[in-house]
Design a protein around this ligand. Structure first.
Ligand code: P6P
Length: 333
């Protein structure tokens, strides 16, 4: 009997990676398995979102008499729940939580990782059926194992990330994660309820023809940013264009498309918000890690995102991320 080993599930893949590292403890594999489980549960609710009005809108009681939670709170609770009850994470930081949550139990205190999440980014888009996503970042603790994690474990430069990834709830649900060994994408096969390897060793094309920015802020961008946007608009066949402008307003969807097809995504600072809108620790650092492993670049306009020294879990940063040659052309401006 021939067993089809071609379709590799997320668990099989992470276990295979662990076999390649004999001294691996399996904690990171366990962590990714936990994240995959929570992502499947969020997938079910996100896909029902269009029906929520029938089942009761957020904050009301549904037909089962259960309180219907806002989806981003629901997502936060799913990821926090699986990690708190797993054996691989000592605590989490989240866009939905004012402060980090230290799990502080004997098992969790032995765990060597902490995670940061944007549990459901772009959730305002869900009411109009636009793709949204979860973004996650994994760090090795700097605090003493056996004791509770500390705030310092969560405020580390992005270059210290052990792994980072996202889940995109779109035409299909896909989990993409990066370690220093590469970026791999897993598509949820609902017939078996497993994420299965669909995009092996993802590389971001050095060049693309897509630029992503919110033109509504154009006159609030600094002159150099306006100049680069004009350059994108003037591209033609003779100089690598023409470019097309694609902006979904959901970072996971915009950056995922550009990762696969090539392109540049920008959320610059503006006159009223010089730090921009996107969060460093659980939006920009994870994507910067992923794009660099895939061959692209990510900066805040002046320095590498991964080298920004953080001071707060929720701090914001301007973000420019994408194909290597497009980023270098933007930086030359
Ligand atoms: P704007 C979604 O709310 C989000 O945080 C990102 O996913 C997205 O890229 C950005 O905000 C869109 O912001 O100001 O262009 O609507």
């Amino acid at each position: 009997m021939v067993i089809n080993r071609k379709i590799q599930t997320l668990d099989e893949f992470t276990i295979q990676q662990m076999r390649d590292f004999p001294n691996a403890t399996g904690e990171l594999s366990g962590l990714l398995r936990d994240i995959g489980l929570a992502a499947k549960r969020v997938h079910v609710e996100v896909n029902k979102a269009g029906l929520v009005d029938i089942l009761g809108d957020a904050g009301t009681m549904n037909v089962q008499g259960e309180e219907v939670k806002k989806l981003d709170i629901f997502a936060n609770n799913q990821f926090m729940g699986v990690l708190r009850h797993g054996i691989s994470c000592a605590g989490i930081g989240s866009e939905e939580l004012d402060d980090v949550v230290i799990f502080d139990d004997d098992i969790s205190n032995q765990s060597k990782y902490v995670c940061l999440f944007d549990p459901l980014d772009g959730s305002s888009n869900i009411d109009v059926n636009v793709s949204i996503g979860t973004i996650f970042s994994v760090y090795r603790r700097v605090s003493e194992l056996g004791k509770p994690a500390t705030k310092a474990d969560f405020i580390q430069e992005g270059i210290k990330q052990v792994a980072a990834g996202y889940v995109i709830y779109g035409s299909s649900t896909m989990l993409v994660y990066a370690t220093r060994r590469g970026v791999n994408g897993f598509t949820l096969d609902q017939s078996i309820g497993e994420f299965t390897l669909s995009h092996s060793d993802i590389k971001c094309p050095d060049k693309g023809k897509i630029y992503s920015v919110n033109h509504g802020n154009f006159f609030r961008y600094e002159q150099k940013v306006q100049d680069y946007i004009h350059l994108c608009q003037k591209k033609d066949k003779e100089n690598g264009g023409p470019y097309t402008q694609r902006y979904i307003g959901s970072m996971v969807a915009d950056v995922h498309r550009n990762l696969i097809k090539g392109g540049i995504f920008m959320y610059p600072g503006t006159t009223d918000k010089p730090k921009g809108k996107l969060r460093l620790m659980y939006e920009c650092n994870p994507f910067a890690f992923i794009i660099e492993i895939a061959g692209g670049k990510a900066t805040n306009g002046n320095q590498r995102i991964l080298e920004i020294v953080p001071t707060d879990v929720h701090q914001r940063t301007p973000m420019f991320i994408g194909s290597k040659l497009m980023m270098e052309e933007m930086e030359s401006i």
